[in-house]
Write a protein that binds this ligand. Structure first.
Ligand SMILES: NC(=O)c1ccc[n+]([C@@H]2O[C@H](COP(=O)([O-])OP(=O)(O)OC[C@H]3O[C@@H](n4cnc5c(N)ncnc54)[C@H](OP(=O)(O)O)[C@@H]3O)[C@@H](O)[C@H]2O)c1
Length: 272
């Protein structure tokens, strides 16, 4: 094993890579011990300007000289990129943490070598503001220290939740990975409806965002489950009851079930 010069190296430093880097720096990690490799030189320069001290190098070099190697490129990029890192990973023996949606540890082990210590993480975009929630799965090759390292890394941008069966990563992807987009669609729809009902745009947005944030906080902080909280705002014969009837008649639950099934199916296709 060569000297592990970097604590963490990122191959791919786009949205998710940058979110993790920012989180690590805010959590007190040293920029000089974090390295990035990205296909776009201007992206490397921009990140080095935003986070002074950040190191850079070729992906193969970083793979051989880092304690943890984070793969944060698009899933489609990995079949071409990962086999080229195989020799360096064999020499440097880093923990390899992949955030690529749908790519399985079996695929990664095929490209990088069967002994590679592998962990998959599925973060989500609220990580950009430190409010992410990530699902994680460790291959049997990962050690307890690797679990701790991955938890620390992902907790720099929010919460980290482990699953024990890799199959569940498809459900994680459909729930928390794609989930923010469902909520953004809800924001768009509520805001638009509020405007149609006569509210100025700004008021419509403020009330929508405040309501979603407040309801989520209430559901998080209280001991009651969501169904009970819903019943409490639904007085018989009242306005909420009338609105919920429309949502139930339109089969909102069925629609969400089908949407999440479609996301999980797509996640499976990506891993084929
Ligand atoms: N964003 C999310 O919400 C989210 C959530 C969970 C998981 N993820 C996962 O995170 C990964 C990255 O997503 P992202 O949104 O951060 O993508 P992104 O912004 O496109 O970042 C990927 C970066 O990697 C670069 N890259 C491409 N090929 C490379 C190579 N061979 N070597 C080094 N760098 C290379 C890309 O450059 P080019 O633009 O030139 O290709 C780009 O700058 C994906 O696998 C995704 O599934 C993302």
């Amino acid at each position: 094993m060569t000297e592990q010069h970097y604590e963490v190296a990122f191959v791919g430093a786009g949205n998710m890579g940058e979110a993790l880097i920012r989180g690590l720096l805010q959590a007190g990690h040293t920029a000089e011990r974090i390295a990035i490799a990205d296909a776009r030189p201007e992206q490397v320069e921009a990140l080095q300007a935003r986070y002074p001290g950040l190191a850079t190098g070729r992906a193969e070099d970083l793979a051989g000289s880092s304690a943890t190697l984070v793969l944060a490129v698009k899933p489609q990029t990995l079949p071409e990129l990962a086999p080229g890192l195989r020799d360096a990973v064999a020499i440097g023996a880093p923990l390899v943490l992949s955030v690529a949606a749908g790519i399985t540890t079996r695929q990664l082990a095929g490209w990088l070598g069967p002994q590679t210590r592998l962990i998959r993480a599925m973060p989500n975009t609220p990580a950009l503001v430190g409010a992410g929630v990530s699902g994680l799965y460790a291959a049997p090759t990962a050690t307890p220290e690797d679990h701790a390292t991955a938890t620390r890394l992902l907790e720099a941008v929010g919460r980290a939740i482990w699953v024990t069966d890799e199959e569940q990563m498809h459900a994680v992807t459909a729930t928390s990975g794609s989930g923010p987009a469902y909520v953004f669609l809800m924001i768009e729809a509520m805001e638009e409806a509020a405007r149609t009902l006569g509210l100025p745009s700004e008021t419509a947005l403020e009330l929508t965002l405040g309501t979603l944030a407040g309801a989520t906080r209430l559901a998080t902080e209280t001991q009651e489950d969501a169904a009970e909280l819903r019943r409490r705002v639904t007085s018989p014969g009242g306005t909420t009851e009338r609105a919920l009837q429309v949502l139930e008649d339109g089969d909102l639950r069925g629609l969400i079930r089908r949407a999440m099934q479609a996301a999980a199916d797509r996640s499976r296709e990506l891993g084929d």
